[in-house]
Design a protein. Structure first.
Length: 496
């Protein structure tokens, strides 16, 4: 802002800015990643009869990199040519780096090919950035093509390019390829760093691959690089993803043995492992240790504690955790509430499930996923309780707010109406189900066959045939599933 003000004062006082003054302003825009303003200033130079030089443009090109601005590249090249200046290798490298930052592999490759077609010699940064962009896009064959091309030209890829390649290989669980890349790095004397190992360990951890995460942590230490809290926490996260509580707890002990204190991520992971195993008491024990060590719990901590209590059948304790987190100033999210709602629904306690769903709606914490899941849970629990009025009310409200209502909710309400001999209402819900693009099941309590049979008993064969026709495209003739596993019904924690 100060530079802009001084620039304006120059003009107000009749001092005509020269190319140096404009270049200084362009450097500011480059640091801010503001390509649009840089181009505007370049146009002002042209209109004022000041021809921008190569320094002006290459400075402006830096704004592309800072802002990862792929779309601004063509605009800047066009303005450059209007000044009679052709892009050089440095210009193209900046554009390619911007494409890599934006993880736009196709654009990076196209600009590199264009620079080569223009007879320019691309440098190692341009090739490394293109390789990196392809790796980030998960296109290993293209990334390795550019790696081979660099080998042919005698260019050594950057450490970040190698790291991106290893990420891509890890995402495909290609251990052999990762090992080969590490060997190539050693041969090329590219330094392996802790962030590189941590990124690799983290990739395997997110996939729940404990063995690979452990292997690379051990290799990291073998090479003389000290692991940090992020290294250990990633391995513990992998254990949690695989519901291996014993290994998770073991790794917490190992990190403490080497003098590394667990942080909130570490504790969240081990508490999550407890939750996945339904070990509510152990989850609470780790929570107490966490607080004793001065580590503040967060939303994920409490959500894991709630899930652990629910898995252990301790629904009241789950409610207590939900209340406690509010008292600690941590706002529950849709997962917090929906976990408790589903727990009471599974226990066939419709009033408690409804109570917490109303709390969720009042708090405004629901996402589309948690909202849909909770609507289905509450609708189904009231239907199972035989309260057709409340079940219908919740189903209708779910449709009104465009929640994703699953097939089980429709058939549950249809079945509830059928038990009360309300055949028209039962049939109407099956028709509405079909209108919403869901397959009408043939069998099950609220399926087409049950409703059709009821019409047939009344002697209305035409209605019976019409209801059966609703299920004409339904291939599975087994009983309709019970549980939140169809459209709009999967719990955010995953399978319960």
């Amino acid at each position: 802002d100060t530079a802009e003000a001084l620039f304006s004062q120059m003009r107000d006082r009749g001092i005509k800015p020269n190319v140096v003054a404009f270049n200084l302003m362009l450097n500011i825009y480059a640091r801010l990643g503001d390509t649009a303003t840089a181009v505007r200033r370049l146009k002002e130079m042209r209109q004022a009869g000041i021809l921008a030089d190569r320094v002006s443009f290459n400075t402006a090109f830096k704004s592309l990199v800072k802002g990862a601005d792929v779309t601004g590249a063509s605009m800047l090249v066009k303005e450059m040519k209007s000044h009679g200046v052709e892009p050089d290798a440095m210009s193209y490298t900046a554009i390619i780096l911007a494409c890599a930052r934006a993880k736009n592999a196709e654009a990076a490759e196209n600009w590199l090919k264009k620079s080569l077609a223009d007879g320019l010699e691309a440098d190692v940064s341009a090739y490394s950035a293109t390789l990196e962009a392809c790796a980030h896009a998960g296109d290993l064959p293209r990334a390795e093509y550019w790696l081979t091309r660099m080998d042919f030209l005698g260019l050594l890829p950057s450490a970040s390019a190698f790291c991106a390649l290893m990420h891509a290989a890890a995402n495909k669980s290609d251990t052999r390829r990762i090992e080969k890349l590490f060997e190539r790095m050693k041969e090329a004397k590219v330094e392996t760093t802790r962030p590189m190992y941590n990124a690799l360990i983290s990739t395997f951890a997110r996939r729940g691959d404990i063995d690979s995460a452990e292997k690379w942590l051990k290799q990291m230490r073998t090479t003389g690089i000290d692991a940090d809290v992020a290294s250990y926490s990633s391995v513990i996260h992998a254990c949690a993803k695989s519901s291996d509580l014993q290994r998770a707890e073991s790794w917490v002990g190992k990190m403490q043995e080497v003098g590394i204190d667990p942080n909130v991520v570490t504790y969240n992971s081990v508490i999550n492992a407890c939750a996945r195993c339904g070990e509510s008491a152990r989850a609470e024990s780790w929570f107490k240790q966490m607080k004793c060590r001065g580590v503040s719990p967060g939303l994920l901590t409490y959500n894991s504690l709630i899930n652990a209590a629910v898995k252990a059948g301790e629904r009241t304790k789950a409610e207590n955790w939900l209340t406690d987190m509010k008292q600690q100033g941590i706002e529950p999210d849709g997962v917090s509430y929906s976990t408790v709602i589903h727990a009471w629904a599974r226990a066939h306690d419709a009033p408690r499930a409804e109570h917490w769903f109303r709390e969720l709606l009042q708090a405004g914490a629901a996402t589309k996923q948690t909202s849909s899941f909770s609507y289905n849970s509450v609708c189904q629990v009231w239907a199972r309780a035989g309260d057709v009025s409340r079940a219908t009310s919740w189903l209708q409200e779910a449709l009104n707010v465009h929640a994703e209502v699953n097939a089980i909710s429709f058939t549950a309400v249809a079945g509830c109406n059928l038990k009360l001999d309300r055949l028209v209402e039962a049939e109407n819900w099956l028709q509405r189900m079909q209108q919403d693009g869901l397959k009408v099941p043939l069998r099950g309590v609220g399926g087409a066959e049950a409703v059709a049979a009821a019409w047939a008993q009344r002697g209305n064969q035409a209605r019976a045939a019409a209801v059966r026709a609703l299920a004409k495209d339904y291939k599975d003739t087994s009983t309709a599933r019970s549980g939140p596993h169809s459209r709009g019904g999967r719990h955010p924690w995953g399978s319960k």
